[in-house]
Design a protein around this ligand. Structure first.
Ligand code: FAD
Length: 517
């Protein structure tokens, strides 16, 4: 409901906020800071605006992942005195442990064209993203992500020295080869590049700084956010943001309570691929000062995580990157169970529906080089028990406990589908790039779904400004990256997150720096 709608119905913004307060959503409207029930407490608390500020910056960025670093780089580059506050003792969040995948329909190296991998366009990237999210996405945000994807990648290459590996992959739900990978298949390649730009532009990063509150006087649409309360060791400091506060605090996959409240099926027993700090307190604080949030129950399972601890290591990226070049997924019974090029939610729930754990990705030596996989990685993975090797299909079948004749038929049938260009079982779109598995050794990679990404979060507009529950912009408050909802709809396509974070981080940083102090 827009503010105008409320007024037409004779309901004032103030009375709505008051009734919200009654159910513990927003309380205390004047004089003091906005306040609500303290997280974890049923008691309403009153937090008074600080009498003095311990530090003052033009732009304060919360979170040191892709979105926060990109925002800080742009804000500082526009001349704003910028600080990044990070609660963990190391920088980088989920971004630094990310697999290095970045979706862009083109870049200045023109890899797709050089490799003769067919057509792609902004339009196709938008369409795939909307379809992959069941059209729940906010189209205007998707459009910006797809349009700006190449430029943001080129910026990291040119300004930050990021390097790409010489492969382009087609990921589940994408219809074109647009998944780029960084040189070392690691998000660290991008975080280091972004950090370099941010530092070169004069931004400062402070670790071990946990934001514990957002200061805003009241919920009047003209009332800006003022700053944040921060816990550093045993000390509480208040930091003023003269121009803008940018929330880039990531998702909440590791916040079991929040996860459970949004989607009760995701019990604590589910593994999680995320770093420990991927918790949702900043979303709660933003809501406490009036921010709207959307799609909070859209939470993604990564289908290919390591089955015991749920980590997303380099082998797990093989299972994601490989289907376009011939990797298949089989059950413990040795049978395929899904179109391997389908979306993550489809692949994850098809595994769970099997009723047996784990499932396996199957490939031969000829396949990994096509997506940047290296013999040394397979060697290392074998030592850790991540890859299981058999000289023949029968040998591999024995090692994973599948009937040899069934696994042989599964592999031979898939080879036939490659030759015929048609998947008679799961209607997978067969690609000319797919390699038949006709020569051993054969490998099996155990995999199982783990909680991975939260598609929901704060509502923003195309300027990355946070929108309140009445549809108005909250002055000086910006958000970018996984803390935001609405870009991916019900299901994020692989490699779109890195892109979203860098693209919207840049927008938030540029616009935040333009605010008048
Ligand atoms: C293992 C793994 C691999 C992935 N691989 C890919 C991939 O290849 N391609 C792709 O597109 N996506 C991938 N993703 C998803 C993608 O990496 C994330 O969506 C993205 O990194 C989120 O970036 P961000 O900047 O929004 O948040 P993050 O990188 O998570 O950074 C947020 C930071 O904010 C900090 N923070 C949170 N709350 C506070 C607070 N109260 N005070 C101070 N600091 C706070 C956190 O500690 C964290 O460091 C992967 C995710 C994981 C977990």
């Amino acid at each position: 409901m827009k503010d105008g709608d409320a007024q037409q119905k004779g309901v004032s913004r103030r009375s709505l906020l008051k009734s919200a307060a009654a159910v513990g959503a927003v309380a205390g409207l004047s004089g003091m800071a906005l306040n609500l029930a303290a997280p974890g407490s049923a008691e309403a608390v009153t937090k008074k605006l600080p009498q003095k500020w311990d530090e003052t910056w033009d732009v304060v960025v919360i979170g040191s992942g892709f979105a926060g670093l990109a925002a800080a780089a742009e804000a500082a580059g526009s001349g704003a005195k910028t600080v990044i506050l990070e609660k963990m003792p190391i920088y980088g969040g989920n971004s630094i442990i990310n697999g290095g995948g970045y979706a862009a329909w083109d870049e200045e190296l023109h890899l797709r064209k050089k490799k003769n991998l067919g057509e792609d366009s902004v339009k196709q990237h938008i369409q795939d993203t909307l379809k992959g999210g069941d059209f729940y996405n906010m189209p205007e945000l998707v459009e910006i992500m797809a349009k700006e994807a190449p430029d943001a990648l080129n910026w990291m290459i040119n300004q930050g020295g990021a390097e790409l590996s010489d492969v382009l992959v087609i990921g589940g739900g994408h219809t074109a080869y647009r998944a780029h990978f960084s040189k070392h298949n690691s998000g660290k390649d991008y975080t280091e590049a972004l950090k370099k730009i941010a530092e070169k532009n004069g931004a400062k990063m402070v670790l071990n700084s946990q934001v514990t509150w957002i200061w805003r006087k009241d919920a009047d649409p003209k009332s800006p956010v003022l700053g944040v309360e921060v816990k550093r060791g045993n000390k509480i400091v208040n930091i003023k943001a003269k121009k803008a506060l940018i929330l880039a605090s990531g998702g909440f996959s590791n916040d079991v309570e929040m996860r459970l409240s949004e989607w009760p099926k995701l019990v604590k027993e589910f593994n999680c691929t995320n770093q420990k700090g991927a918790t949702g307190e900043m979303i709660r604080y933003a809501k406490a000062v009036g921010s709207d949030a959307l799609h909070m129950n859209f939470i993604q399972l990564f289908p290919f995580a390591e089955p015991e601890a749920g980590i997303l290591d380099r082998p797990a990226v093989y299972a994601f990157s490989g289907p376009g070049v011939g990797i298949i997924y089989v059950s413990k019974a040795g049978k395929r169970f899904v179109n391997e090029l389908d979306r993550r939610d489809v692949c994850a729930f098809a595994q769970i529906a099997l009723g047996t754990k784990p499932a396996y990705a199957i490939f031969t030596d000829a396949i990994p080089p096509k997506f940047g996989g290296k013999p040394a990685e397979i060697e290392a993975g074998m030592k850790k028990g991540r890859f299981i090797k058999g000289d023949t299909i029968a040998d591999l079948a024995k090692k994973i406990g599948a009937p040899a004749d069934v696994l042989e038929k599964t592999i031979n049938d898939h080879n036939k589908y490659i030759a015929e260009g048609k998947d008679a079982e799961f209607n997978k779109p067969m690609k000319k790039t797919m390699v038949p598995m006709d020569k051993g050794p054969y490998y099996a990679l155990p995999m199982w779904p783990a909680v991975h990404h939260t598609m929901g979060g704060l509502r923003i507009n195309t300027n990355s400004q946070v929108i309140d529950v009445f549809g108005a912009v909250i002055p000086r408050l910006y958000a970018a990256g996984e803390v935001v909802g609405g870009v991916h709809g019900s299901n994020r396509l692989g490699c779109n997150a890195t892109t979203e974070c860098v693209v919207f981080g840049r927008i938030a940083g540029k616009n935040g720096a333009k605010e008048k102090a």
